[in-house]
Design a protein around this ligand. Structure first.
Ligand SMILES: NC(=O)c1ccc[n+]([C@@H]2O[C@H](COP(=O)([O-])OP(=O)(O)OC[C@H]3O[C@@H](n4cnc5c(N)ncnc54)[C@H](OP(=O)(O)O)[C@@H]3O)[C@@H](O)[C@H]2O)c1
Length: 228
């Protein structure tokens, strides 16, 4: 029987590799969202099981846009992988920097889950992608106040959802990633070379999403070789 995964933040970096990972598994329908899915759309144009949608997570009618795409679907897995990183000294952060960071990294996750939760199959698994910067007690880096604090909120949201839905078979877990070689890492730490490639991390996340719901719920897991 076909399973359906929704990958949010699927245009590049780890998300693009998640598309690759799920699309290569027989029996999966894959929906990928981001602002600019053109390259992915071209790449998967001959695969009828892969759907690429241009959706801006900061848009006012986000929930309607998601429902418009998924209204007749049953969803098994949702991966909230999108992220926005602003790297600026604290005193230079504008209200817009802070709001945009929270919109992409936290508020859109509320909205996405509110849209998709009613469509989920019984044994669904929602995986939120946070950061070691949002994991309590880890090393912190100057310039990442908006990013890391929003990723910490995502950690807590995951725990809250697991509690609120513990009477169901739905599972909610959060992965706090260490350094992975992507555009985002370069924006935060120019010149740094991460020990993990996006495809390697995507393989881990894909496997975790498909299998870990059997054994864990409400868990916040550091997945990190280095930070950074
Ligand atoms: N790379 C690392 O070292 C690292 C470490 C810790 C955590 N993480 C987390 O891992 C996840 C993936 O990161 P990455 O390194 O692969 O980053 P990336 O290459 O910058 O990709 C970020 C993704 O988020 C999407 N996105 C950003 N703003 C969006 C918006 N307004 N609407 C829709 N989509 C939006 C981007 O698509 P568009 O630009 O096309 O919209 C892109 O697909 C993020 O949550 C990040 O915080 C990464």
């Amino acid at each position: 029987m076909l399973k359906t995964v929704v990958i949010v933040g699927a245009s590049k970096g780890i998300g693009a590799e998640l598309m690759e990972s799920f699309a290569s598994i027989d029996g999966f329908r894959v929906f990928g969202f981001a602002r600019n899915m053109q390259l992915q759309r071209e790449k998967w144009s001959l695969n009828p099981f892969v759907h690429c949608l241009d959706i801006d997570l900061t848009s006012e009618n986000l929930q309607l846009q998601i429902l418009d795409v998924l209204k007749n679907e049953k969803v098994d897995f949702l991966i909230n992988n999108a992220g926005l990183l602003v790297n600026k000294p604290f005193m230079e952060l504008t209200p817009s920097d802070i709001l945009e960071s929270y919109k992409v990294n936290v508020l859109s996750v509320f909205t996405t889950i509110q849209a998709i939760l009613p469509l989920m199959n019984n044994q669904g698994h929602i995986v939120n992608i946070s950061s070691m910067g949002g994991f309590q007690g880890t090393m912190k880096f100057a310039g990442l106040a908006a990013y890391s604090s929003s990723k910490a909120a995502l950690v807590n949201l995951t725990e809250m959802l697991a509690e609120e839905y513990k009477h169901t078979q739905l599972k909610f877990n959060c992965l706090c990633l260490g350094a992975v070689q992507t555009e985002m890492l370069q924006a935060a730490f120019p010149g740094y070379e991460a020990p993990v490639q996006p495809a390697e991390m995507a393989e881990y996340i894909s496997d975790f999403t498909r299998n870990a719901w059997r054994w864990m719920n409400g868990k916040v897991i550091p997945v990190s070789l280095s930070t950074p």
